[in-house]
Design a protein around this ligand. Structure first.
Ligand SMILES: *Cc1c(COP(=O)(O)O)cnc(C)c1O
Length: 411
């Protein structure tokens, strides 16, 4: 069903070393010594490629970053302490007071809170749109718009965006498009579809084992000739384009966000993330298949399932045409009421109840009483959070075992 084969080769070959220790070295040092003052000067002016200080980079993390950059066809990547760290890094490197964000689809609770509350305290305004509000999105773009932000799959509303169409809107308007691709690594390649930056929470399916919090932002290369990044809208990038050329978006993120906000990844987390990354293609191809089997069988058995593999889903055609390798590990069940949802969660023997997603194990959580408990009625409605909504993230178990367990839990 999928074409993850190239990644199977790529990941194991690039994570493991061909000489000496096969497993990547974990360099646990906060600071790095410089041989001579001349080398120190070179490291600080960028002409010598050696570690400067762990907030700005670490050799173990650098290995993860180069694999992630290659995975998405980017020019470089910055690994961060969490997925929210990656989103914050990408956004804060581009924003100033008075700027605006256009946020489409989704939206992960932390990102929603960042945009709707935290950034407003710094004079940054976000306007939120549904994935198919194309006309409203186009009309909302103005001179202050610096970012269009999109999630590859609505979590937990399971809506799928028309990524190419939104990328065209962003590119025609000369605005940077950031895609949160946490749920669909490998299945969707944001930079190849026209985005400028992809961001990930590696905590989820990329690690898969709940052992390490982490994130990563991958940046596209700046074009030699014409490029929307060279317009007055992004005047602040000019000095980075002059100094770092193709790497300007990355250099800008390091200097204007990583250095000053310090959401840096640590070596242990980067190591654990690489161990997960090695088997990502295998796990993801199994799980995306299981998701379809479990979602459709449960739906046939009368459970109220939301997943675009179902013919009744409004984005079923988009799923078939644009999401040929699935749309990640999630689906939702609407149990109709909080009480029914709690009964189901108390009855399931297989699902682990946790706020995480993309784990090797099947996970479940009631949405309204947990992640979305602080959100008002109107926002919950916009985000598709009903009283009986349970989010499921399918794991590596035998799908038939999950089906049997969920059917008995539903009784
Ligand atoms: C979990 C998640 C994040 C945040 O990641 P953390 O590693 O928890 O900070 C961002 N976006 C999406 C879609 C997520 O699922």
């Amino acid at each position: 069903m999928n074409n993850f084969e190239e990644y199977c080769t790529k990941f194991v070959q690039s994570v493991g070393n061909k000489e000496g220790a096969v497993s990547p070295a974990v360099i646990n040092s906060a600071s790095f010594a410089y041989d001579t003052p001349e080398i120190a000067e070179g490291i600080f002016d960028g002409s010598v490629k050696k570690p400067l200080y762990a907030r700005m980079g670490n050799p173990t993390t650098a290995k993860l970053e180069s694999i992630m950059a290659d995975m998405d066809g980017g020019v470089a990547a910055v690994a961060t302490s969490s997925g929210m760290g990656a989103t914050t890094l990408a956004c804060m490197s581009l924003l100033a007071s008075g700027d605006e964000i256009i946020s489409i689809g989704g939206l992960f609770g932390g990102t929603y809170a960042l945009f709707s509350e935290t950034l407003t305290r710094f004079g940054i305004k976000t306007r939120f749109f549904d994935v198919d509000d194309f006309k409203e999105i186009e009309e909302a773009i103005n001179d202050n718009t610096k970012i269009i932000f999109l999630e590859s799959v609505g979590n937990p509303n399971m809506k799928l965006p028309d990524i190419k169409r939104i990328a065209k809107i962003a590119n025609d308007a000369g605005v940077i498009l950031i895609i949160d691709n946490t749920i669909t690594p490998l299945s969707i390649s944001p930079l190849k579809l026209g985005a400028d930056i992809s961001v990930y929470s590696t905590t989820k399916i990329i690690s898969g084992n709940a052992s390490a919090l982490g994130g990563c932002a991958v940046f596209r290369a700046v074009n030699d000739g014409e490029d929307k990044l060279k317009s007055p809208r992004y005047e602040f990038l000019a000095k980075f384009i002059k100094g770092a050329g193709k790497m300007a978006l990355f250099a800008n993120a390091k200097k204007r966000a990583l250095r000053d906000f310090g959401m840096s990844a640590n070596a242990n987390a980067s190591y654990q993330t690489m161990l997960g990354l090695e088997t990502l293609p295998l796990r993801l191809s199994r799980i995306t298949h299981s998701v379809e089997v479990v979602a459709s069988t449960l739906s046939e058995n009368g459970l109220n399932i939301n997943h675009p593999c179902l013919k009744t889903h409004p984005h079923h055609n988009r799923y078939i045409n644009d999401f040929k390798n699935g749309c990640g590990t999630l689906f939702t069940i609407d149990m109709g009421s909080k009480q029914r949802a709690f009964e189901f969660l108390n009855n399931t023997k297989l699902a682990t109840l946790t706020a995480n997603i993309g784990d090797n194990r099947t996970l479940a959580l009631h949405m309204a009483s947990t992640i979305y408990r602080d959100f008002d009625e109107e926002t919950r409605k916009f985000l598709g959070i009903t009283d009986g909504l349970i989010r499921i993230s399918i794991g590596l178990e035998n799908p038939q075992d999950i089906i049997d367990d969920f059917i008995q839990a539903h009784k």
